[in-house]
Design a protein around this ligand. Structure first.
Ligand code: HEM
Length: 121
């Protein structure tokens, strides 16, 4: 299975995340809620495709540990998006959510693009 699905799934997640944020800011709560529900379905696609990619490393690969850390950081990105949207919806400070999101995203990109071989094939 391919990297395309994974990259498409998380790129879509970022778009939906931004759209949900903007809708919240505009006070369009119902629309924001619907977009967030679609975003949650997209998480399943990210988890499925990411889980599938991790399977490639259970063959004695020396990079298994890094692939697992990559997966945990990916789950951290999802957690960060959920925390941020949840706090903003409640009108609370979303600082922790943003921090989790940004730190997890940096680790994810560093490992996904620059450490793990992956690639589009
Ligand atoms: C929104 C969250 C996520 C982002 C932004 C993200 C980002 C990325 C990126 C940039 C790549 C490299 C693609 C390439 O090689 O061209 C990648 C690959 C991968 N991701 Fe994710 N990912 C996320 C979630 C996950 C999750 C939840 C898992 C595990 C369950 C996961 C596991 C993997 C694995 C195993 C690879 C393959 C690495 C390789 O062989 O190069 N990712 N991801």
């Amino acid at each position: 299975m391919n990297t395309h699905l994974h990259v498409t799934a998380w790129a879509l997640a970022f778009i939906l995340f931004i759209v949900a944020l903007v809708l919240h800011k505009q006070g369009k709560e119902k629309a924001a809620k619907i977009v967030q529900m679609i975003l949650r379905l997209d998480y399943l696609l990210i988890l499925y495709s990411g889980g599938d990619l991790i399977m490639n490393y259970f063959n004695g690969s020396p990079m298994l540990a890094e692939a697992i850390v990559k997966g945990i950081a990916g789950i951290g990105v999802i957690a960060g998006m959920e925390m941020t949207l949840g706090k903003i919806k409640d009108g609370d400070s979303a600082k922790v959510g943003w921090s989790v999101l940004i730190v997890a995203f940096i680790i994810t990109i560093a490992l996904g693009f620059f450490r793990l071989p992956g690639g589009f094939n």
